[in-house]
Design a protein around this ligand. Structure first.
Ligand code: G3P
Length: 217
């Protein structure tokens, strides 16, 4: 399973990259806005911090506008890939970009049918939002299960399932059991994944016992 980090905060990205578990980054307009920084300089800095793909989201709502933004974004770094929304305009842009060999992450997916359409349009990644479905009382993880199953039924489809809108470590556990290809994780979820109370208790015990061991000169 690949882990991306879902942030535009360069300090968080550098810290996660240093852990040696990071395969890429996803950004979106909200995450960029949270940094208070300019878009282009932030993306270029992020792309320099990781080897894997960095999703850069278009904001245009028409296909030509999306393609114009994409054309610019891919000049910023070799590992920049394009994030488009799951709309008709977005999937037209996806088809064009993927046929040119540009990586595309199709975002704002909330149904298996949408995921099928994105795969047909040549998406590299489909991003179903589990947390936002949970927020409205739906079963976010059921959607991941459905999409993984639907894609498995058609091995010619090469789109990877990128679990997005992850809110806690249990989402990651569930996504991994289902066999999703990628999860994009807020920094706090990466930290949660390391934690287990018995690990802390175990370290305390080892340290206490180690203190009793006579030391060599
Ligand atoms: O990258 C998009 C997605 O992960 C957004 O998550 O928490 O805003 O629903 P959230």
């Amino acid at each position: 399973m690949k882990f991306f980090i879902d942030t535009a905060d360069v300090d968080e990205i550098a810290e996660a990259a240093a852990l040696g578990i990071l395969d890429g980054v996803t950004t979106n307009p909200s995450l960029i806005a949270k940094t208070g920084r300019k878009h282009k300089e932030t993306i270029i800095e992020i792309c320099g911090l990781v080897d894997g793909p960095v999703s850069v989201e278009v904001t245009a709502e028409d296909t030509d506008g999306m393609l114009a933004q994409a054309e610019e974004f891919v000049t910023w770094a070799d590992n920049a890939i394009i994030k488009v929304p799951l709309t008709q305009a977005g999937l037209k842009a996806c088809k064009k970009l993927s046929s040119q060999g540009v990586g595309v992450n199709v975002t704002l997916c909330f149904s298996a049918n949408q995921a099928l359409l994105a795969a047909k349009a040549g998406a590299t990644y489909i991003s179903p939002f589990v947390g936002r479905l949970d927020d409205i009382g739906a079963e976010g993880m059921q959607l991941i299960e459905d999409i993984v199953q639907v894609y498995a039924n058609y091995p010619a489809l090469s789109t990877e399932v990128l679990v997005a809108s992850v809110r806690h470590a249990n989402h990651v556990h569930q996504a991994a059991l289902i066999g999703a290809h990628v999860a994009t994780l807020p920094f706090k979820v990466i930290n949660q994944m390391f934690k287990h109370p018995l690990t802390d208790v175990g370290i305390e015990k080892f340290n206490a016992d180690w203190a009793k061991v006579p030391k060599d000169a």
